[in-house]
Design a binder for this molecule. Sequence first.
Ligand SMILES: Cc1cc2nc3c(=O)[nH]c(=O)nc-3n(C[C@H](O)[C@H](O)[C@H](O)COP(=O)(O)OP(=O)(O)OC[C@H]3O[C@@H](n4cnc5c(N)ncnc54)[C@H](O)[C@@H]3O)c2cc1C
Length: 392
Amino acid sequence: MRKKLHIAVVGYGVAGQASCLLLGAAGHALTVFEQAPSPGPVGAGFLLQPTGLSVLTRLGLHEQALASGQRIERLYGCNLAGRAVMDMRYGDHAPGCFGLGMTRGALFSLLDSAWTGRDAIRSGTRIESLSDDGRHLIDGEGRQHGPFDLIVAADGAHSVLRRQPGVIRREALYPWGAMWCLLPAAAWPHLDTLHQRYAGTREMIGLLPVGRRDGSDERWLTFFYSLPGEQVDTFDDAALKRLRQRLGELWPEALPLLEGIHSASQLHRARYRDVVLHRTSWNNVVFIGDAAHAMSPQLGQGVNMALLDVQVLADALAAHDDLATALDAYRRQRRTHVGIYQRLSRFLTPLFQSDHDALAGLRDRFFGPVGRLPIARGQMLRILTGTKRTWW
Ligand SMILES: Cc1cc2nc3c(=O)[nH]c(=O)nc-3n(C[C@H](O)[C@H](O)[C@H](O)COP(=O)(O)OP(=O)(O)OC[C@H]3O[C@@H](n4cnc5c(N)ncnc54)[C@H](O)[C@@H]3O)c2cc1C
């Protein structure tokens, strides 16, 4: 696109931050609206897949990400009887392949410090709606901003911007959620492995090594404990006591890690949505990241999907002079990949987080043996690494 656009980015999470870098580098003028008075990371840590890492490489941030993150070589999950349900090694997908555990703070700082246009962030500005022509934004105090040539809606899983006529096909709140936090890794011995422990389908605990934070040498883990949604919403100090007790019963080796956690306020709450859109753009608004396709984090793809969205959008805008054609190219290129992970997340999440107890028996009996069959194993590795782009 020869014309330089005036673009509004709503939301300064991963999708918004990456948009600033790639669209700013293409010479477009940006204004960013972020509801948080002081933009920063929300949550604990996450797993970057080779797909997301490739976008960081394009941004010139790969080495810095490796320096603060933790290489993950293996996903290992077992049930209470010690039976392996998941055991996948990135190296079996392709030689040298790995995932990267990172703290949210480390990725936030990496993307934030790489962008020189930070003066364009209007923090503490929550956007509530759009004008009818889709070119102006209206904030919580009724102020109108714009007009903009393009609005990038990167306002996350609970997006208000996608609530436009004919845009949402499905938006459901999952009945399950999770409590999660960062814990010092101390002497945790499995620093190259995402470990999960499953007690039926009602309890799932995860420990993901996520490397360093704040430039110090100390290593950290993301701790994850799944719960029914209403228990997440009401999680308090008594619930923390119960969680500690259950951890001692289900995974005693992990219990000492929780030593520094004394109050429920030290954990973050997460509720997830399952969102499918009829269309990825509306007038001059384009939806990216969780605003376009929020899903349960079971497959660990959301950050990676957000980074891929931005890369494809930036390339589509660079390749086409007409905005409508560029937005259509973005839609076509992301449709199949996103659709596959939306369906897989919806199908697989109840096997790990639900009250369908019978599913746990099926999962525990079949996942291990099926995962050892070469064809099925190849497919499972593709799903894990985020590289499954076609069904067959
Ligand atoms: C427990 C859990 C574990 C996860 N683990 C992984 C993992 O291992 N790997 C992975 O890839 N993904 C993971 N995810 C998913 C990942 O966190 C999301 O997919 C990703 O953060 C989406 O990025 P985003 O920029 O689209 O949205 P967000 O990160 O949610 O950012 C949205 C931004 O918009 C701002 N905002 C929202 N509304 C407005 C508004 N109206 N006006 C102005 N600003 C607004 C918010 O304050 C926020 O800054 C996990 C999610 C959860 C909950």
